[in-house]
Ligand binder design. Structure first.
Ligand code: GCW
Length: 683
């Protein structure tokens, strides 16, 4: 059934016009190594080619025919060794895909320094066919630009997934370690196909139970399934675990007994899982325990854990998503204030994991001011794949454009071209003395037990795009969307063109109908679904919407300029100058940084109020456009997937309208201005 289970690894038959040509380039399959990874590689190629080309090529120990495909390392294959290809600079995960001659016969080789590199190359080879690329004269050289490319599952041990919209957790803890659901293997295949090499199994808001022997056994069983696919397991560690499961009275990171406890725990973990990846930690944020509970710093806490893991090769991913328990001055400033003073003080096995923006995974945020501000510390990107603030799994919003926008943003810390991507891949600050060479990117997963994994067909694209960009943060969102559409649906240009176009504008549409012009955090309290710009009161000022939009009879927006919270000062001077100037700030960030009079003139010549209303309407119109595009493509998609996407788009249109009407009606109580001509009044 076309239920989406196969993701972008559907391997549907290629167009018959291309069949003979592809078959001639895959007459024989040679994967000579006999390791678990090589077997997985051979199985994937056989499966993929069988699906794409109608038959799997014969497998052989050596290439003997024209058109063989030879995959492996020089060590595993004398034929590959004889080619003397230059594998320097590929590392353990890179690969070449080359058209060559072996004993005078044309062949395609996938060559790497390790079996995992060859597996990645095999997926690349399959992707070429899946996306209808030519296989002649191949000369591809790829190596990942970041080292730690991980999913963060916000999955609780009872299988509830925090901010998950695709059903419960795929980790069936109750039946692990003895029952290993075949789905775990498919999960590993999908991740390996896009270069993801690690997964944090449990929520950052975690119970300490995850570190008990019983759960380590379960984790080890998952690690065993994932290992052939180059995927390491990591766990979120609760900072107070020494108290909760260790019987200690304190979790003070400078207490010798606490340090001994973590060392012993690390030894126990590595006895059970020899290639365990390390810990992800949310500390002193939203009520989670942490070193500050004992008057210690983030560096004290992270370094203690790093010292326990380092002898075994593990790392610590220490999150910078922190905000204090006290009433904040401007929540956007807190992570920077808490972390920048500790630049240079973190253990070299620590990455500080920073969300893309300073508030919280909004439909649009300016890049986080920490990027570029901690040159001696490797900062790891944290993107959200799941759509907590972008309409959950029913609204169609391709986040490739969001990721691209952030990665390309210019911090200007070392002059123009100091992009966030260059902070993340380590190239910008590589020369800093003492800086750890670690690099990484994390994506908060959108995976659950739904048949289609992600809760909707189009949300699979966000998982895919995250993996592709973690591998290479310089890829284009549009090219990634094209790949995904071709692999997931069809390579027919009559379908690919309009669907990619629809995806490319889809996130902007969400910005328009939820939070245009730099507005943010206007979603309903707690669940974050649906409009709630009127949310006020309650336990914390920064858990309200009125805190963020600050609408009054004069205008709207959060003044973060020098006249306000001065959050702009956390950016490099040229960026601070731009964001801090109401006439220079890009309009998409206008209300993020300024409190702006209702009659302020926009670039369009309209007043702010009129522009705001039009943006809300523009978002609704875009969704209408997506619906009609999709309706017109019925003949290109199986009825099952077509119907679900169509139904979800109908929901999205209804809810975009709800957002628009509710927001305009509410803000009009402050602006007290009429709607611009042609704009329907909210019901
Ligand atoms: O804003 C919040 C989300 C929480 C999440 C937190 C975080 C895991 O609403 O659900 O908790 O971000 O990133 O730690």
């Amino acid at each position: 059934a076309e239920d989406g289970y196969d993701l972008w690894l559907r391997y549907a038959p290629v167009h018959e016009s291309r069949l003979a040509g592809y078959r001639a380039h895959a007459t024989e399959l040679v994967v000579p190594a006999d390791t678990a990874t090589a077997r997985a590689t051979r199985d994937e190629l056989a499966r993929g080619l069988r699906g794409l080309l109608g038959q799997a090529p014969a497998t052989a120990a050596r290439a003997r025919r024209d058109g063989a495909v030879v995959v492996g390392t020089p060590a595993s294959s004398p034929q590959l060794a004889a080619l003397k290809l230059d594998l320097s600079g590929l590392g353990e995960e890179g690969y070449l895909v080359r058209s060559v001659r072996i004993d005078g016969r044309p062949a395609t080789v996938v060559v790497a320094n390790s079996d995992v590199g060859a597996l990645y190359g095999a997926f690349h080879f399959l992707r070429l066919i899946q996306t209808a690329q030519p296989l002649a004269a191949l000369d591809i050289r790829e190596a990942p630009r970041t080292q730690v490319r991980v999913l963060n599952h916000w999955d609780n041990l009872d299988r509830y997934v925090e901010r998950g919209y695709a059903g419960e957790s795929i980790w069936d803890w109750h039946r692990l370690p003895d029952w290993k659901d075949p789905r775990y293997t498919d999960y590993a295949r999908a991740n390996a196909s896009i270069g993801i090499n690690g997964t944090v199994l449990n929520n950052v808001n975690t119970s300490a139970q995850a570190l008990t022997p019983a759960y380590l056994e379960k984790t080890a069983a998952l690690a065993e399934v994932f290992r052939p696919f180059g995927i390491k397991v990591y766990l979120s560690a609760r900072f107070s675990a020494p108290i909760e499961i260790g019987g200690l009275e304190t979790a003070d990171p400078l207490d010798p007994a606490v340090r001994r406890w973590w060392k012993a725990k690390a030894e126990e973990i590595y006895r059970t899982i020899p290639d365990f990846g390390g810990f992800l930690v949310k500390a002193n944020s939203e009520g989670q325990p942490g070193p500050q509970d004992y008057g210690r710093s983030h560096a004290d806490g992270a370094n203690m854990l790093a010292e326990a893991l380092a002898p075994h090769g593990g790392i610590v991913m220490w999150r910078a998503f922190v905000y204090s328990h006290e009433e904040p001055d401007d929540r956007a400033k807190q992570a920077y204030n808490e972390f920048v003073p500790f630049d240079g003080q973190f253990h070299d096995r620590v990455l500080v994991q920073v969300k893309n923006g300073a508030i919280d995974f909004q439909p649009r945020e300016p890049f986080h001011p920490l990027f570029g501000a901690m040159p001696k510390t490797p900062l790891m990107m944290e993107f959200q794949i799941t759509k907590e603030y972008l309409g959950f799994a029913t609204h169609l919003a391709y986040k490739g454009t969001l990721y691209e926008e952030v990665l390309r943003a210019d911090t200007q810390v070392r002059g123009p071209g100091s992009t966030v991507a260059r902070v993340i891949d380590g190239t910008l600050e590589a020369g800093e003395p003492g800086r750890s060479p670690l690099t990484g990117m994390a994506g908060v997963a959108n995976i659950g037990v739904d048949r289609n994994w992600s809760g909707s067909h189009f949300d699979q694209a966000n998982w895919f795009a995250f993996g592709r960009l973690a591998w290479d943060p310089y890829l284009e969102a549009q090219a990634i969307a094209e790949e995904w559409v071709k692999m997931t649906f069809t390579t027919d240009p009559a379908f690919v063109g309009p669907v990619v176009a629809m995806m490319m504008g889809s996130r902007e549409a969400v910005v328009d109908y939820m939070t245009p012009l730099g507005l943010h955090h206007l979603m309903g309290r707690g669940h974050h679904y649906g409009p709630g710009p009127w949310v006020a009161g309650g336990p914390r000022a920064d858990w309200t919407s009125v805190y963020y939009h600050r609408a009054d009879d004069k205008g709207i927006g959060f003044d973060r300029s020098v006249n306000g919270s001065d959050a702009v000062a956390q950016y490099a001077p040229p960026v601070a100058a731009q964001f801090g100037d109401i006439d220079a700030v890009p309009e998409e960030f206008l209300l993020w940084f300024h409190h702006v009079p209702w009659d302020h003139r926009m670039a369009s010549g309209r007043t702010l109020w009129d522009e705001l209303v039009l943006r809300y309407g523009r978002g609704v119109d875009y969704v209408k456009g997506m619906r009609s595009t999709w309706d017109g493509l019925a003949g290109h998609v199986d009825p099952e997937r077509h119907a679900q996407v169509a139904a979800f788009l109908a929901i999205q249109e209804k809810e975009a309208q709800w957002w628009r009407d509710a927001s305009i009606a509410y803000f009009q109580t402050f602006s007290k201005r009429p709607l611009p001509a042609g704009q329907a009044a909210p019901p």
